[in-house]
Design a protein around this ligand. Sequence first.
Ligand SMILES: [Mn+2]
Length: 430
Amino acid sequence: MTEQKIAADVISAENEKRAGALKSDYAALGEKLARNNIDIDAVTKQVAEFFVAVPSWGVGTGGTRFARFPGLGEPCNIFDKLEDCSVINELTRATPTVSLHIPWDKADPKDLKAKGDALGLSFDAMNSNTFSDAPDQTHSYKYGSLSHVDAATRAQAVEHNIECIELGNAIGSKALTVWIGDGSNFPGQSNFTRQFERYLASMADIYKALPEDWRLFSEHKMYEPAFYSTVVQDWGTNFLIAQTLGPKAFCLVDLGHHAPNTNIEMIVARLIQFGKLGGFHFNDSKYGDDDLDAGSVEPYRLFLVFNELVDAEHRGVKGFHPAHMIDQSHNVTDPIESLISSANEIRRAYAQALLVDRTALEGFQSDNDALMATETLKRAYRTDVEAILAEARRRAGGAIDPVATYRASGYRAQVAAERPAVKGGSGGIV
Ligand SMILES: [Mn+2]
């Protein structure tokens, strides 16, 4: 029996209030879609089978370089974090997996597995941390980790990644995500070529330690914490890494890790075409790696990314199964509410992309009818799919209105009374 953090009767009482309205909204949308030969139930089924992983580091309140303002009832350890992640899944039925960050979430694998099993959660990609120093480590990462000039420091960083694989393997994870802060702050500080050679050699050592059925994701980011040059700065470098390492190596696209106005959906298409799209860190941004809630600033861009994913599904691209993960930092909201809302926005973009008339689009593209081609995308994007999202949640035992139900449950007040206040808290921007 799965342990529920939100009582089933709270969900059913809240759903009861909204069931009538949902029924008529769903019927009306079904009728509208049927006119375009779209079966609403088929779309709802696809949406219900679409899942996204929650980051363990996202359930605590984040911070900026300037300050962190703690929230109430923040999780004190990984087991509290898993309970908060469970709340998100119980209400959305969209997030049955959690991505862990080591050493922040380090614990006995038996205990992690038992807690996950009790809550009905499993584990997505493991994340290593060689961008900060752990209290007990011998060599510092101040001047880099996997690409450090010192061999012993590189070996320590490789060893940490292998430890993440071993822990992940014991709890059922199947992937390791590597993001490093290595780079330089001054022209001349590092030799670009030598530094990248050292990085590739370290990654090759990590790659060798991967179990047969695992994938290795490398995550690029243009800048920060290094401000003049970054070792894995863009998707081109990332592609070279994945290609050099081998068939189990893939690129991870964090939506916030590009220059403003970069055509991310085209990067996604390129990586799909050459078989190297590993997965995503979903979030949104206005200026840089802002880690804002998915779909909160540029929902159309999120849709365009999903348009590429659905196009690949539609074309039956072989071996196409990107990992969907959220990577956000919540400074001014209740992190549980932000993650609920983000999971919904990600599913919304997916549902809208499923509505694109791909045969018509292909025809307009062949006819060079730019206006009707773009209108075909817009028509799908403009469709209010809220009833599909709500019905998918309801059918899976989730909440018709997950944020309202979460507020009605009193969960935050309850954990605020139980958990001691957290002053510093773990990081949150990766
Ligand atoms: Mn990320």
